[in-house]
Design a protein around this ligand. Structure first.
Ligand code: SF4
Ligand code: SF4
Length: 386
């Protein structure tokens, strides 16, 4: 499986990871089977948001059979358990005891990413970053119990604020093509409401584009939740695109957003796990989501590159989707960041090799003016650095 680096942390993770949902209400044997299947398929990144003591115990027992350096764990600060139910807390004593419970049940002395759990509202953001929860995360980091600090959110504005603090290295953020095309909301429940997808989708929300750009240029890694849109995108009847996407296409959509390093999927059966893990071996045609998004009855994203790669192959071997991504990341900035310039320089073929044959443009379902984009790329990355 392809590995990517979690931004400035330097931690390497498989592009398909393991989410926590699938372990709920399962006996140990079933949890072990899921973990074994995922690890055999190349997944090494596991997000456990769960506060359910049984999940923590079962997952810990299954993982301890593997060398510690062979997997990367994301554990949540502020996810707690009371009266047989999950709840989110900012009570610092509960945060402490719940995280200690996580360490002990998971049989871990070190957690790669300590994820501040689920910050979706401005008042909560202020309380977390101005109070004991962030201080506790920093204390864990200083004492070497966690390697870096992350934050999970569904709210783009909160995610942008977190990036702005410079304290958050990894974000767990809800991404899928439908969410990208919906306006930001503080009300997380509206994301999961069926009616949400009945609205017209008119292109990627500029605030979400801004988030992807900031994360990419500042080295904040995005890890993904809700990649399958809580199953709606897999159902042609309920999807706003009017056709069912496959898990592979949903995962590929996320992995073609800037800054995204891994998509942990919470799957409850071995068959579902296999369907996600096939991403590693899927062909470009199987990953290609462009026709579904372009063909949606209520979508209009003409002219914007979706980084889907459907325009390949380029006559000159240029990775058009990557070049376009770098252009879109660089354009809103006054000065092209060195990191972007470095990434561009590593391409096997750069935009100046474009012979303007036009072969790609007829393959693009979104009507992108690719030749024009190549000119822009030359101006941004090649002339300026010459
Ligand atoms: S130019 Fe078109 S086909 Fe190529 S990656 Fe962008 S949206 Fe996809
Ligand atoms: S127009 Fe340029 S980018 Fe498109 S296929 Fe031809 S050489 Fe490649």
């Amino acid at each position: 499986m392809e590995k990517r680096v979690l931004g400035r942390t330097g931690i390497e993770v498989g592009v398909v990871g393991i989410g926590g949902e699938g372990f709920e209400n399962k006996p140990y044997d079933a949890c072990e089977a899921l973990i074994d299947r995922a690890i055999a398929g190349g997944a090494n990144f596991i997000d456990i948001y769960n506060s359910n003591p049984d999940v923590r115990t079962n997952v810990g027992r299954a993982l301890v059979r593997y060398p510690r350096e062979s997997f990367v764990v994301e554990g949540h600060i502020g996810s707690a358990w009371k009266d047989g139910q999950y709840y989110r807390t900012r009570d610092i004593e509960v945060c402490r005891s719940s995280f200690e419970d996580f360490l002990s049940r998971m049989q871990l002395g070190f957690v790669d990413i300590g994820m501040i759990h689920y910050v979706d509202e401005p008042a909560d953001f202020d309380a977390v970053f101005g109070g004991p929860v962030l201080a506790y995360a920093q204390e864990l980091k200083e004492s070497g119990i966690i390697g870096c600090i992350g934050m999970s959110t569904h709210n783009t504005e909160m995610a942008l604020r977190a990036v702005g603090t410079g304290l958050i290295d990894v974000m767990l953020f809800s991404i899928n093509p439908a969410y990208d095309m919906l306006p930001a909301t503080e009300d997380v429940n509206s994301f999961f409401a069926e009616g949400t997808y009945d609205r017209d989708l008119t292109g990627i929300d500029p605030q979400r584009e801004e988030l992807y750009r900031r994360c990419e240029t500042e080295g904040v890694a995005l890890t993904v939740m809700k990649a399958l849109g809580a199953g709606m995108l897999l159902d042609g009847e309920r999807s706003p695109f009017g056709q069912a996407m496959t898990p592979v296409q949903c995962i590929h959509y996320c992995l073609t957003r800037p800054a995204v390093a891994s998509v942990p999927v919470g799957l409850s059966t071995l068959e579902e796990m296999d369907a996600a893990l096939t991403y590693a071996k899927a062909t470009d045609a199987e990953r290609d989501y462009s026709a579904i998004i372009a063909g949606g009855p209520r979508t209009s994203i003409e002219g914007s590159c979706m980084y889907c790669g459907h325009c390949a192959p380029c006559t000159s071997g240029i990775d058009i989707a990557q070049v376009n991504k770098f252009v879109d990341l660089a354009l809103p900035q006054e000065v092209v960041p060195d990191t972007l310039r470095d990434h561009y320089a590593l391409l096997d073929h750069t935009a100046s090799e474009c012979i303007e044959c036009g072969a790609c443009e007829s393959n693009c379902p979104f009507g992108v003016s690719i030749v024009e984009k190549m000119h822009t790329a030359v101006d941004l990355f090649e002339k300026a650095s010459a």
